[in-house]
Design a binder for this molecule. Structure first.
Ligand code: GUN
Length: 294
């Protein structure tokens, strides 16, 4: 029996529609239009694409977006002062600094310049710190990890007491999703490039999150029958049959894994669409909090 497919595109679409309705209610009842500022430093093509997609989706739900672009050689002080201006701007409720930043910039210093209440990406050091503390919640949790928990909730998965294995320890996905799973009382194992006996560890997982960026690294026979497999990888593989010359595949060997898993996210169309949906939801939350609408 094959796995059930977790349709991230449909779930993200449903969330986007919910956000659009709430945004129009906020405009009607309070005269408030939520605003998101995106900050892009340099001309990394992938970052440019992500920022454009975020702005377009903002437009679709009625969130106004302001795109700030700074040159790749902008100084620490220039970037920080631009972020501080946005932090002080009452028409902006959320600020997103697209990562990675050029190598000469101090990421922590720039993220610390974001007003905590506008940190819709959840990367401010204080929000990350709260995410890691028992009994404390951040004002916002990072978008991709929140999207993963949302997917688990929407398929009715039980997290408490389950064995969760996370592959990858990045600041953007691996570490924060681990903290969110722990807050939901999973028994957590984090694996990384130095971990040993990966197939054996993965075999224990009731919930597997793969976020390492290595094409089809996780094989079907690593997976526990019935497990929930969340594949965060977006890897390009050459494919001359496609117009673009490549196709996207995950960190999990999908065709094998879907024969063993209970649930699985496809790539594309699994976790990817959830990231922007959660960002829109966080921006709505930030705007509501600014006028204390419950
Ligand atoms: N770079 C890769 N993913 C993300 C994300 O979710 N937010 C930001 N700001 N940068 C990223």
């Amino acid at each position: 029996m094959g796995a059930q497919i977790i349709d991230g595109t449909a779930i993200a679409q449903a969330i986007q529609e919910e956000v659009a309705q709430e945004v129009s209610r906020l405009k009607r009842d309070r005269g408030l239009a939520p605003g998101l500022a995106t900050v892009l430093v340099g001309d990394n093509p992938a970052s440019q694409t992500y920022v454009r997609m975020k702005q377009r989706r903002c437009g679709e739900v009625g969130i106004h977006s302001v795109g700030v672009e700074l040159p790749g050689d902008a100084s620490q002080q220039q970037v920080e002062s631009r972020v501080r201006e946005l932090s002080a701007d009452p028409s902006i409720h959320g600020i997103l600094v697209q990562l990675p930043l050029p190598g000469h910039l101090d990421e922590e210093g720039i993220l610390s310049a974001i007003d905590l209440h506008k940190d819709v990406d959840g990367f401010h050091p204080i929000n990350i710190g709260r995410l890691a503390m028992k009994g404390r919640d951040p004002l916002f949790a990072p978008a991709t990890p929140s999207g993963i928990i949302e997917l688990l909730d929407r398929i009715g998965a039980e997290i408490s007491g389950k064995e969760a294995v996370v592959l990858g320890r990045s600041n953007i996905v691996g570490l924060p999703v681990s903290m969110l799973l722990l807050k939901r009382n999973a028994t957590l194992t984090i694996c990384h490039s130095r971990s040993r006996d990966l197939p054996l560890v993965v075999k224990r997982a009731d919930i597997l999150v793969a976020a390492v960026g290595r094409t089809e690294m996780v094989k079907g026979d690593w997976i526990k029958p019935g497990a929930i497999v969340i594949d965060v990888g977006i890897n390009q593989v050459e494919d001359p049959t496609r117009k673009r010359g490549y196709r996207l595949v995950g960190d999990v060997a999908y065709d094998e894994a879907k024969e063993v898993a209970g649930w699985i996210t496809p790539v594309p169309g699994g976790v990817g669409p959830m990231t922007i949906a959660m960002l829109l939801q966080n921006t709505l939350t930030a705007a509501r909090r600014s006028v204390e609408v419950s």
